[in-house]
Design a protein. Structure first.
Length: 320
């Protein structure tokens, strides 16, 4: 596992051994990667890590892998006491911390109970978009904002509605699932079984699928985004489709929620102005006069949004 660590400062071990106060462990379990860190009481990341999720191994082994990663990270804490863990996941979380995630094949997987048993500390499990929204609200692009929508464009698409500073979970913990709003009724089949969900056009998975469909060669979303950044005509064609569908999805959200602000995060948001500028244009084109167009901005914490939110929630479990 050590080979897969990324980003720890060379003095990370010294920081851990000399840490005062308690640390929390955070994990962000996505369809492609598990990211995380031990986070000190001052929000400093004491040790970071990143590993493939390995979803091809199947749902049970993925759960075991997540718990293994958590246990290995917990063992890295040195002398710093670990008070709690926050786990952000790409799925719906019920009040018992069970997760249903189509991208991981989980159906009511007992994530909280499983990891609590392995670590012996309290664990909070939260939808990754909900966590990202909280993270951006605490220290990112939505800082100081009370009412906003957070959209995460990653392997799939996540969303979270924040009202009066609180994430709106919905009656079943599934509010804000913008990725499964259907924007093309005859479109490509989604992992949920429906056709034309937003994430079948806008996500990293969708970019790769559309690229193959058009050009009959494989390319990663990362590579396609690089081509977009360098104004490659073929990549811009795919990107425009993507942005057009995202505008349609966001206008649906504006119609229902009238948010003051929309924060766009996740891996595809690294396109920066290449995303924001055409997205604003598309929204202006598609919006009707009655729409109050939200203030659209990029997430400020890069891929750390969900971990920042998970850390906040973990601290609330066990205040230091
Ligand atoms: Zn869907």
């Amino acid at each position: 596992m050590t080979d897969n660590y990324t980003g720890p400062a060379s003095d990370a071990r010294a920081d851990l051994d000399g840490a005062t106060g308690t640390a929390v462990l955070v994990l962000d379990v996505g369809a492609s990667w598990i990211k995380g860190a031990l986070v000190g009481p001052d929000d400093r990341r004491l040790r970071e890590f990143r590993q493939p999720t390995g979803r091809e191994a199947g749902p049970d082994l993925v759960l075991q892998h997540v718990a293994d990663v958590a246990a290995q990270m917990a063992a890295e804490r040195g002398s710093a006491p670990l008070s709690a863990a926050g786990v952000a996941v790409c799925g719906a979380v019920d009040p018992a911390g069970r997760v249903t995630a189509v991208n991981l094949g989980w159906s009511a997987a007992p994530v909280r109970a499983y990891i609590e048993e392995r670590l012996g500390i309290p664990v909070v499990v939260v939808n990754d978009a909900h966590a990202g929204a909280l993270g951006e609200g605490r220290s990112g692009a939505a800082r100081g904002r009370q009412d906003y929508l957070y959209v995460s464009l990653g392997t799939g698409v996540g969303g979270a509605i924040v009202q009066s500073g609180q994430v709106v979970a919905g009656s079943h913990g599934q509010a804000g699932e913008l990725g499964h709003v259907r924007v093309d009724l005859d479109g490509r089949q989604c992992t949920c079984g429906a056709r034309g969900c937003l994430q079948t056009i806008v996500s990293a998975m969708a970019l790769e699928a559309r690229w193959y469909e058009l050009y009959e060669e494989r390319a990663t979303a990362h590579k396609i985004l690089d081509l977009v950044m360098s104004d490659h005509a073929g990549a811009l064609k795919v990107w425009r489709e993507c942005v057009g569908a995202l505008a349609t999805g966001l206008i649906t959200a504006m119609t229902l929620l009238d948010p003051a602000t929309i924060v766009v995060g996740g891996g595809l948001a690294r396109a920066g102005d290449k995303l924001l500028v055409p997205l604003r244009e598309e929204i202006a084109k598609q919006a009707r006069p009655f729409h109050a167009v939200a203030d659209l901005r990029l997430a400020a914490l890069d891929d750390w949004s969900a971990c920042a939110g998970a850390a906040t929630m973990a601290r609330q479990l066990s205040p230091t």
